[in-house]
Design a protein around this ligand. Structure first.
Ligand code: CP3
Length: 390
């Protein structure tokens, strides 16, 4: 009897071994993202980031840094000598390696998948090159509304699956150590790069569109919004546990312009994404909006339905809290230039910042991306000072 049971157990185990790879193949080969989500990921050990985003009690103030995987790390520069920027983005093993680099050095509370906001213009058929010392260059920009016909929104998502693959791989490699953040550029910021052909100090060509072609601008922003919603849904189904929307070029808009050319699209991204996930019974993930230079519209941002508002360093934490109220998490906002201070000064600035924000509904970060010459020791000081401040 006992032997029979043992035999039965052994047989079931064997059967499971046979069936499991087949099931995984089905998951891999099936285009349904819902199935892909069923892959068991290692359980999360440090969920302070997600708890802070949801307004729950945290063990310690979570901290991560925008561009935490980047040129201030010698191991990143070493890898970049061997591989072109977008090759790193497109090769899940390389993207994961770079994503992991800052986590090996610092006691961070989050990882952010290595990619770039400009993978969307690429998926829409545009060429994007990364020029050393210059930044991104789009050699054939969108100059007139006629040029919008060159964009290929059909199938754009299928040209971004490598980001989903990197996210899924990263969730396994993280072994549940910290949550994985996915991200995208927001419509206004992406449209700017696509019209200017790269970064711009004034965004004058893009701003000319607002007055010369207002209707085509709306079409353009709506086209980007649709792709972004698809893209974010794909990231969540691939395993992203939180999402950040970078509206880095909001600084070029007046408050009035921000409310017309940015905020409505940010709202639609959030609403459409939540609808999609709800319909597919996929658990929602916290959403962060980082609209750099839009400190003038914190109240309006707090009404867009996001869980977290990222602040740049020009905003005072106490004033921001007073404006947005108690039900939104704030993220930020140390001046990236403070990372060049002496360690003791940096420690003081960081501690003061954390005291101003408080332990509840707060995620520590810089007020923009870390810069390439930042001393590595500053990251250690920052992370430690955040964790020890309260
Ligand atoms: O935070 C992370 O660690 C994830 C990686 C990440 C990168 N780009 C890698 C990157 C993220 C979140 C981005 C987003 C991004 N990309 C934004 C929004 C955030 C922001 O900074 O406002 C923007 C505007 C871009 C477009 C972009 N990509 C620019 C303007 C540049 C040049 C920046 C510079 O300082 O030269 C890039 C290149 C880029 N993206 C680098 C990295 C690590 C450096 C390029 C290199 O390795 O050669």
């Amino acid at each position: 009897m006992k032997d029979n049971r043992t035999l039965g157990l052994r047989l079931s185990f064997l059967l499971l071994l046979l069936v499991l790879p087949a099931a995984r193949m089905t998951i891999k080969n099936n285009n349904s993202n819902t199935l892909k989500h069923l892959q068991p990921f290692p359980p999360l050990k440090n969920d302070n980031l997600l708890r802070a985003a949801r307004g729950e009690v945290v063990d310690r103030v979570p901290v991560w840094v925008m561009r935490q995987a980047g040129r201030y790390l010698p191991e990143f520069q070493e890898l970049r000598k061997q591989h072109d920027f977008f090759t790193v983005c497109r090769t899940p093993e390389l993207a994961c390696e770079v994503t992991m680099q800052p986590l090996r050095r610092f006691d961070l509370d989050a990882s952010i998948i290595f990619s770039d906001i400009l993978v969307i213009p690429q998926a829409l058929g545009m060429t994007v090159e990364m020029h050393a010392g210059v930044g991104p260059v789009l050699p054939q920009p969108i100059c007139t509304p006629e040029d919008l016909k060159r964009l290929t929104p059909d199938g754009a998502l299928s040209r971004l699956t490598y980001v989903g693959d990197a996210i899924t791989m990263m969730r396994h490699k993280l072994e549940g150590r910290v949550p994985l953040i996915g991200f995208t550029g927001a419509p206004w910021t992406l449209m700017g790069y696509m019209i200017e052909g790269g970064g711009s100090k004034t965004m004058s060509k893009t701003k000319a569109w607002l007055t010369n072609y207002p209707e085509d601008t709306k079409l353009f922003l709506n086209l980007l919004t649709d792709v972004i919603v698809d893209y974010l849904e794909m990231q969540v189904t691939a395993g992203a546990q939180m999402l950040q929307i970078f509206e880095s070029s909001a600084e070029h808009l007046s408050k009035q312009e921000f409310l017309v050319w940015s905020a409505p699209y940010l709202r639609r991204i959030r609403d459409n994404l939540v609808d999609r996930l709800t319909k597919k019974v996929i658990p929602a993930v916290p959403l962060t909006i980082f609209a750099k230079g839009a400190g003038h519209s914190l109240k309006e941002q707090s009404e867009l339905g996001y869980d977290v508002i990222g602040l740049d360093w020009t905003v005072d934490p106490v004033e921001a809290r007073a404006v947005v109220g108690p039900n939104i998490t704030l993220q930020g906002n140390l001046d990236p230039q403070s990372m060049y201070c002496e360690p003791s000064e940096l420690r003081t600035l960081t501690t003061e910042m954390v005291h101003k924000f408080g332990k509840s509904r707060y995620i520590a970060n810089l007020g923009h991306g870390i810069t390439p010459q930042t001393p590595i020791a500053s990251m250690e000081v920052l992370v430690e000072a955040v964790h020890n401040a309260l």
